[in-house]
Design a protein around this ligand. Structure first.
Ligand SMILES: C[S@@+](CC[C@H](N)C(=O)[O-])C[C@H]1O[C@@H](n2cnc3c(N)ncnc32)[C@H](O)[C@@H]1O
Length: 304
């Protein structure tokens, strides 16, 4: 998916203006190329240039960015672009239900709209969001007007009808849930997905564990020592689902229920346990989300 699809003429004009006014931006365009300069404009550009910022949807405040992803504005925005591109591309390549109307898509666990903020700019999607954290939901409702956002409880049901969505994606949610919640939410997502619809979920697996073993910053995030991380990696070859709870202050900051932790889910477990008799695993991509989380694509089997 080219970023031209989500870039307004106003933004293109401002980029041209910046290229004539600022040698650093002009040089960046040579270095990055036409697509790369759009990636810059939607991320670091929005963060540093007030005119680009006025054109883009509002950026959530530090405290919201830091509980869902990287606190840095530029990185928050850039990761949102990459994940929106990934979601759109994987949906396009696995969608069997071609529509005349826009596809109805749900960002389950949307946080403060890191990914939805970009997908809402694509006219071929009607974007919905749902999250357990009311503060994040209110921010989306007030700032991302074309994302229809609602809150949900710790466990199902969601407020949507059976078979309502063509595509559901959930980034960094199943990475935090204990096993019983994972199954409850898989069943609920199956209920609201249309026959042959696509569900994209991310999980922590070997790529994430390798990164945690080698990075002090990630060990801190996951509240483990390097030795703990190596033990976890070793255990993961035999125990295919591991759930670790987090400290009380992190649970409080996340405001997503008392069982918000870190889970690690092996590909073999996903292939055998996540189908729930209603899904087919059509693809598993290790490190598919920016080399960090694994990506699973499920297809909803037709109802009989
Ligand atoms: C790491 S953040 C990711 C947010 C967003 N998906 C993103 O990628 O930027 C995890 C999100 O999951 C939400 N969450 C956790 N448990 C949930 C549940 N049971 N139902 C809905 N959202 C949940 C949290 O409130 C938080 O916004």
């Amino acid at each position: 998916m080219s970023l031209l699809e989500i870039t307004s003429q106003e933004m293109l004009d401002r980029i041209s203006e910046l290229c004539t006014q600022r040698p650093d931006v002009e040089t960046l365009k040579y270095i990055l190329g036409n697509e790369g300069i759009l990636e810059w404009a939607h991320s670091a550009g929005v963060s540093t240039d007030h005119k680009l910022r006025d054109i883009a949807p509002n950026v959530p405040p530090y405290e919201m960015r830091s509980i869902v992803a990287a606190p840095s504005e530029s990185v928050f925005l850039w990761s949102g672009i990459k994940d929106a591109q990934m979601c759109a591309a994987l949906f396009d390549s696995h969608n069997l239900n071609k529509r005349e109307r826009p596809s109805k898509i749900l960002d389950f666990g949307c946080g403060c709209g890191r990914t939805a903020r970009f997908l809402q700019l694509m006219s071929r999607f009607d974007v919905y969001g749902s999250d357990i954290n009311q503060k994040l939901v209110s921010w989306c409702q007030n700032n991302l007007k074309t994302v229809i956002t609602s809150s949900n409880d710790l466990l199902p049901p969601l407020q949507y009808r059976d078979g309502e969505f063509d595509f559901i994606f959930s980034l960094s949610i199943f990475t935090h849930l204990p096993e019983a919640s994972v199954f409850a939410w898989l069943d609920e997502l199956a209920r609201i997905t249309v026959d042959n619809g696509v569900v994209l979920l991310t999980s922590h697996g070997f790529p994430a564990l390798d990164i945690i073993c080698g990075s002090k910053q990630h060990q801190q995030m996951f509240q483990v020592t390097e030795d703990d991380a190596r033990a976890l990696l070793k255990l993961f070859s035999s125990k295919l689902f591991i759930y670790r709870s987090l400290s009380e202050d992190i649970i409080r900051a996340a405001n997503a229920g008392d069982d918000y932790g870190n889970s690690f889910t092996h590909e073999n477990y996903i292939r055998s346990q996540w189908t729930r008799n209603v899904f087919e695993v059509v693809k598993f991509i290790p490190g598919g989300m920016r080399g960090w989380q694994d990506v699973t694509i499920l297809r909803r089997r037709p109802r009989t």
